[in-house]
Design a protein around this ligand. Structure first.
Ligand code: AMP
Ligand code: ZN
Length: 145
């Protein structure tokens, strides 16, 4: 994909610090880490959204992301890690080549996701939301429309 910064990284046209590579995925250090060791795992094939990544590649991204998380704990003494993927600009996606963040975390690393927890208006409102999602998903796992 022309003009995609992550495709250029995979091609070697833009430098990166590679952590892992196989036939499906490429993993490298994020240039501006939340904590040192923050890694990005990307599909070698260009996909803007995670929703179009073939299942084998998406599975590999998650598996390698987890293995990198374990490596961060064992080798760099972190306590835990977050796997994070922003799908779409409104979700915070800046680079439009899907990528899984592996964010190393320490008990006192002073980083907060600002996770909020809103109530539903009532049970009917909650049920209506669930019903829409269930109907869509009943069309099968490959339905990404
Ligand atoms: P997102 O906001 O989820 O799209 O995250 C994009 C991430 O890509 C950010 O964490 C950036 O620091 C990272 N990033 C952008 N350009 C580069 C680069 N050339 N090398 C490594 N990481 C990069
Ligand atoms: Zn790309």
């Amino acid at each position: 994909m022309e003009n995609c910064i992550f495709c250029k990284i995979i091609a070697g046209d833009i430098p990166s610090i590679k952590i892992y590579e196989d036939e499906l995925v490429y993993a490298f250090l994020d240039i501006a880490p939340i904590n040192p060791g923050h890694v990005l795992v990307i599909p070698k094939e260009h996909h803007e959204s995670a929703s179009t990544i073939p299942e084998a590649t998406a599975g590999r991204m998650f598996r390698i992301g987890s293995r990198i998380g374990i490596a961060l704990k064992r080798e760099l003494d972190y306590d835990a890690y977050n796997l994070h993927l922003a799908d779409g600009a409104a979700a915070g996606q800046v680079v439009m080549h899907a990528h899984l963040h592996v964010v190393p975390r320490g008990v006192e690393d002073n980083f907060h996701w600002n996770w909020r927890q809103l109530p539903y208006a009532d049970d009917a409102a909650r049920a209506a939301v669930a019903e829409k999602l269930i109907r869509r998903l009943a069309n099968g796992p490959q339905n990404n429309d």
